[in-house]
Design a protein around this ligand. Structure first.
Ligand code: G16
Length: 542
């Protein structure tokens, strides 16, 4: 039976950079999930009888939330849901399933790289029929609806057994519990030269893939160890755990430090890689050579034609504004456009749908392409394997050659986490207020060329998104960017992105923080980070 339940709005059900993210106890409040999901459905039209894809990264509260979403989808009138077995679907796999099965959309339960467990984070995100995150006009509508919601509809049917593949029914709606890996693995086999990668492993190529006890484990095991013949044990931390084994499933140099240390040691395998909570981020480290996400995007764009799925070349590149300009140099050489978008994968959707961009990437360890509408961690790893197999070179050789050809963009991101929100807002407001007077000023030996607050004009739908980050450009081509994260769940996170282009191959071997030392000092003094936040140094440096 379908029940209509009276409710009252919750404050703050505003989707951020990537869906609604809050602490687990917030989501566990009675009606909290239901209010948000009903607000999603109320913001959509003409979905009656259609298919909805549901899955998550397996984190704590995933199963409970999925049961609720299934019962609400039935009450809302969806005809069918496709749900990953065990409640599992990585974010890129969800995007793949939505597209392949021509679903109306999908609900992805994940807080991505944020920690999990009873006191960790949880999240809900709505994806549209192209498989990508809902654009702002929909997320804005969801938030508006959440402020006035007075009732939601839900079936009182029993829970579905998520561990048994096959068909079930809730009210008039069919529930199809699917293999979470199959469709995705099939797509990867179409894009990459699996034969060449198999030969690479057969020839003794060694790799360690750290799934960080998160959702990518089953995918990586099936594809790397199963189809591509990598030795068993190549994938470590391959079982998705509700609390990610107590770790922070963020594949960066801080949270994947063990992997980094191994790759820098004399026991290093040829390639080290990792993915995050929901499988959309990636980390690539060659033996003795870390590849920054910004460089990885540029190197993938320059070499994508080596993979069968991209052999005709790429139509364009897109990168988020804070991502380094390395990809721009590749685009220039290829004679294609490099689009600069605000942070958030949702901004790539229109460019991909319109065929303007083929490869996209972000400094926040996200890389992907037109094959789905999410960033895709394992895709990036397979692309690197394909490139390594085709070029028959090591990661370090490929990186050095790339820098020699295009120049090197030294790049670092400094994060100040859980800063007092008012202090962070004050810092950004102060910077914005000083923008007009910055050009021409001498700062720490460098001269400001121009400064602005990034605004994006979407070339496809004409929409304009403002206040996307303060940019300070220097006359030597260096850049500092300030913005507040849209994915945190406690206080504010100030992100400071620092970049310098170095064309001289004789200066490509410096340590990154040393190469950027003068800019780093300016990045702190210009907005008086310590005075305003009490922080003399960042919490995370990547
Ligand atoms: C999300 C978004 C990305 C964004 C990242 C960081 O990634 O999908 O586009 O770059 O957050 O955003 P922020 O700097 O606002 O914290 P994920 O992997 O968390 O879904």
């Amino acid at each position: 039976m379908i029940r209509t339940v009276a409710t009252t709005p919750f404050d703050g059900q505003k989707p951020g950079t990537s869906g609604l993210r809050k602490k687990v106890p917030v989501f566990q409040q009675p009606h909290y999930v239901e209010n948000f999901v009903q607000s999603v459905f109320d913001s959509l039209e003409n979905y009656e009888g259609e298919t909805l894809v549901i899955g998550g990264d397996g984190r704590y509260f995933n199963r409970e939330a999925i049961q609720t979403v299934i019962k609400m989808a039935a009450a809302a009138g969806f005809g069918r849901v496709l749900v990953g077995k065990g409640g599992i679907l990585s974010t890129p796999a969800a995007s793949c399933v939505i597209r392949k099965h021509e679903a109306f959309g999908g609900i992805v339960l994940s807080a991505s790289h944020n920690p999990g467990g009873p006191h960790g984070d949880f999240g809900i995100k709505y994806n549209i029929g192209n498989g990508g995150p809902a654009p702002e006009r929909i997320t804005d509508a969801i938030f508006e609806r959440s402020k006035t919601i007075a009732a939601y509809k839900i079936s009182d049917a029993d829970d579905i057994d998520l561990d048994v593949q096959g068909l079930a029914r809730v009210e008039d709606m069919v529930v199809d519990v699917i293999d979470p890996v199959e469709d995705y693995a099939e797509l990867m086999a179409q894009l990459f030269d699996f034969g060449a990668i198999r030969d690479l492993f057969a020839g003794g190529f060694s790799m360690r893939f750290d799934a960080m006890s998160a959702v990518t484990g089953p995918y990586a095991k099936a594809i790397l160890e199963g189809e591509l013949g990598a030795p068993e044990g190549t994938v470590v931390h391959g079982e998705p755990l509700p609390d990610f084994g107590g770790h922070h499933p963020d594949p960066n140099l801080v949270h994947a430090k063990d992997l980094y240390d191994l790759l820098m040691s004399d026991r290093a395998p040829d390639l080290g890689a990792a993915s995050d909570g929901d499988g959309d981020r990636n980390l690539i480290i060659g033996r003795g050579q870390f590849v920054t996400p910004s460089d990885s995007l540029a190197m993938i764009a320059a070499n994508a034609h080596l993979a069968p799925g991209y052999k005709a070349g790429i139509a364009g590149i897109a990168r988020s504004m804070p991502t380094s300009g390395a990809a721009d140099r590749v685009a220039e050489k290829l004679g294609i456009t490099c689009y600069e978008t605000p942070t958030g994968w949702k901004f790539f959707g229109n460019l991909l749908d319109a065929g303007l961009a083929t490869v996209c990437g972000e400094e926040s360890a996200g890389t992907g392409s037109s094959h789905v509408r999410e960033k895709d961690g394992l895709w990036a790893v397979l692309m690197w394997l394909n490139i390594l197999a085709a070029r028959k070179q090591s990661v370090v050789e490929i990186v050095r050659e790339h820098w020699a050809t295009y120049g090197r963009n030294y790049y670092t991101r400094h994060d100040y986490e859980e800063v007092d929100s008012a202090a962070a807002d004050g810092l950004m407001a102060d910077l914005r207020g000083r923008l007009d007077g910055l050009a021409g000023q001498a700062l720490g030996g460098l001269t400001v060329e121009k400064a602005d607050d990034f605004a994006y004009h979407d070339p496809v739908d004409g929409s304009v998104t403002t206040k996307q980050g303060v940019r300070v450009f220097f006359t030597d081509g260096s850049r500092i960017v300030y913005r507040l994260s849209g994915t945190g769940t406690a206080g504010a996170t100030l992100r400071v992105y620092i970049e310098r282009f170095e064309p001289d191959a004789g200066k490509h071997e410096l340590e990154t923080q040393a190469a950027l030392a003068d800019l780093i000092a300016i990045s702190r003094s210009l907005p008086d980070i310590e005075g305003r936040t009490g922080r003399s140094a960042p919490d995370v440096v990547t």
